[in-house]
Structure formats: structure tokens, C-alpha cells
Design a protein around this ligand. Structure first.
Ligand code: SF4
Ligand code: MG
Length: 335
């Protein structure tokens, strides 16, 4: 059987206006030609600076927005073609955990009502069934069942995020998309929530797409990582390999610029210089060229393709991963 989730050449452009001048009005190139796959029980982290298209990828996966091009396949089926019932079933299998657990929880509902609501959208529950389900879900996320009577305002940030995760688990999903799921939490609580997600994944075999701007969080999770820059994946590698030896100049700069929690680990060279260019009018060729210390003439003209490297990672860089270079065409191993 193929991967649980397969994303092929996914593209999303948002028009900046409409009407008779449409042709001359620029578009926001939020996501450009993004491809990846996630096996059952596997995690893919997507990392990049704000505005790189990470959240748009999440919205495309959830089919909250329609792609301009490309496909999202679940178990080999294109979700764009799903009719109402099948789309319903797909939504059941795919759940999202959001950044701000406070604004994503209805303040007027109790924790118990919030976490059982997804199930009640599909089937009517009696009072006892609902309470038993709420108690189970709260235990799953390490909370006491008595918490089911609390309102979001009566919970800590970490507890609110646990409630958000319990709600995502209610329908026993195959895939959870976590968009900046720990970014709003204190650092001490972040590790607890990450451990909870990793435990749940092991127990339940759930696949994760974990979106974060925070390299520390990505390194903690330690699975496959896709690095995005201005709507495109520029490097996709195993976490350890990525941190030990970033190949794309942007990945290298990102890691060099990140705070180093371990002072014995040497900092790499150049931090990222300059601002992220606007996705409205992205640079031609390699979008990183205005900030790249290695840029050559060709970088301004051609978009570099993702080229497989000998260690299994893929990299889009004319200089570091030239297409057609025999060194890079060794069999792709590992994943
Ligand atoms: Fe730098 Fe050129 Fe590689 Fe882009 S393709 S990262 S500009 S060297
Ligand atoms: Mg975002």
C-alpha cells in the first residue's frame, strides 16, 4: 500500500484583487509546487520563517482552501474529487491542532462539551456516553476527568492545548496537522505537550504533519523535516542529518541564526541576512538569491529543482545540489 498522505505539486496563488484589471493585478504566491508524502504513523515537520507558506499548506491539506494546482491524495484518492459523504469521512480521519488553544476553544462550552463535540457532529450521544467519552479523552491527554466541567478560562495554557488535542483525538484520526501547536506555550510546557503528541502517536499510530517556525521544536521532535522558503520546499531531510549538515544555504543560515541551546555545539557561518522578500513579487530563479552568499548568475534565472542526494535528502540549489551531477544520483536510501 502507498503512503497515507501524498501531496503532488501543490500550488496556491491568492489573487490580490478582482474585476476588470484582474490580469494586471498581482497574486500572492503562497505555495509553489510542493510535493511530499507521509506514511501511516510517520511525522513530517514543516519549518520556515513566517510567510513561507506553511499554514497555507495546512489549509490545503484540510481542504479549507482550494489549490490553484496540484493534488492532495489520501490513501491514493484525490480529495478534490470527493463528494459530500466521502469528504465528511475524510474530515473525520484528519484533524487539526491550532496555535492558540484559547481562541480556538469556544469559551462558553465546558472542556467536556468541547472534546465530545466532534463525535456529536456524527452521532447523538446520551449523557452517560458523553461523560464516559470525555473522561477517556481527558485521560488520554493526561488530564483528570473532573476537568470536563471546567470552562477554557478556568484552565492553564497547557491544559487548554491538551483539551485541543483531546478534541482532535475524539474521532480517532489517521492524521493530525499541528500548526504552531506549542508556539503560544511557555517553554517548560512545550516539552510536555510535544511528549504527549509523540506518546499518542506511538500508542495510536497517528501520522503527524507538524508545522513550526521554531527549529528547537523541530529538533526536539526529531523526524523528517521539510524546510520551506517563499512557498517552496528547499530541503527535505531526516532531522539529525539536517542539523548535523544542512546542505541548502537557507537551511544553513536558519540553523546558524537559531539560538543554540547546547553551547558545546559550534555555530555555523552566515546568519540569514536581509528580509524575507514578499511572496507578491518573489525574486526570479531561486527565490533565495538576493540573500544567498553563494548565488551565481544562474540562480537569478532558473528555479533549482529538488535533487536527491546520496543520503536520501532532497535539496533545491544550483550550487550545492547541481542537477545531473553523478555524485548526487546514488540510490536514495532511508527515509
Ligand atoms: Fe543560493 Fe543559488 Fe543555491 Fe539559491 S540556487 S540557494 S541562490 S546558490
Ligand atoms: Mg502560520
Amino acid at each position: 500500500s502507498g503512503p497515507l498522505l501524498k501531496v503532488e505539486n501543490l500550488t496556491k496563488h491568492y489573487p490580490l484583487g478582482s474585476g476588470i484589471f484582474k490580469k494586471t493585478i498581482p497574486v500572492i504566491r503562497a505555495v509553489e509546487d510542493v510535493s511530499f508524502s507521509v506514511e501511516a504513523g510517520e511525522t513530517l515537520c514543516i519549518v520556515g520563517e513566517s510567510g513561507c507558506g506553511k499554514s497555507t499548506v495546512a489549509r490545503l491539506l484540510m481542504r479549507l482552501v482550494e489549490p490553484t494546482g496540484g493534488r492532495v491524495l489520501i490513501d491514493g484518492t484525490d480529495i478534490a474529487g470527493l463528494k459530500k459523504d466521502a469528504l465528511h469521512a475524510w474530515r473525520r480521519r484528519m484533524q487539526m491542532v491550532f496555535q492558540d488553544p484559547y481562541s480556538s476553544l469556544n469559551p462558553r462550552l465546558t472542556a467536556g462539551q468541547i472534546i465530545t463535540e466532534p463525535v456529536e457532529n456524527f452521532e447523538r450521544l446520551g449523557r452517560r456516553q458523553r461523560q464516559a467519552l470525555a473522561a477517556d479523552l481527558l485521560r488520554n491527554v493526561g488530564m483528570s476527568p473532573e476537568m470536563m466541567h471546567r470552562l477554557p478560562s478556568e484552565l492553564s495554557g497547557g491544559q487548554r492545548q491538551r483539551v485541543g488535542i483531546a478534541r482532535a483525538l475524539a474521532l480517532r484520526p489517521s492524521l493530525i496537522i499541528a500548526d504552531e501547536a506549542v508556539s503560544a506555550l511557555d517553554v517548560s510546557v512545550q516539552a510536555q505537550i510535544l511528549n504527549l503528541l509523540l506518546d499518542l502517536q506511538q500508542q495510536m499510530g497517528i501520522s503527524f504533519v507538524f508545522i513550526s517556525h521554531d527549529l528547537g521544536v523541530v529538533e526536539y521532535i526529531g523526524r523528517r523535516v521539510a524546510v520551506m522558503y517563499l512557498g517552496r520546499i528547499v530541503e527535505l531531510a531526516q532531522c539529525e542529518a539536517l542539523f548535523a549538515k544542512p546542505v541548502h544555504p537557507y537551511t544553513e543560515a536558519l540553523i546558524a541564526a537559531a539560538p543554540v541551546p547546547d553551547p558545546t555545539r559550534a555555530r555555523l557561518a552566515t546568519p540569514v541576512e536581509g528580509e524575507v522578500p514578499s511572496p507578491i513579487n518573489p525574486p526570479t530563479g531561486c527565490a533565495f538569491h538576493p540573500r544567498c552568499p553563494l548565488a551565481v548568475e544562474r540562480c537569478r534565472i532558473d528555479v533549482p529543482p529538488l535533487v536527491p542526494m546520496a543520503d536520501g535528502r532532497v535539496v533545491a540549489c544550483h550550487v550545492r545540489a547541481p542537477a545531473g551531477d553523478a555524485r548526487h544520483l546514488a540510490p536514495v536510501t532511508g527515509d
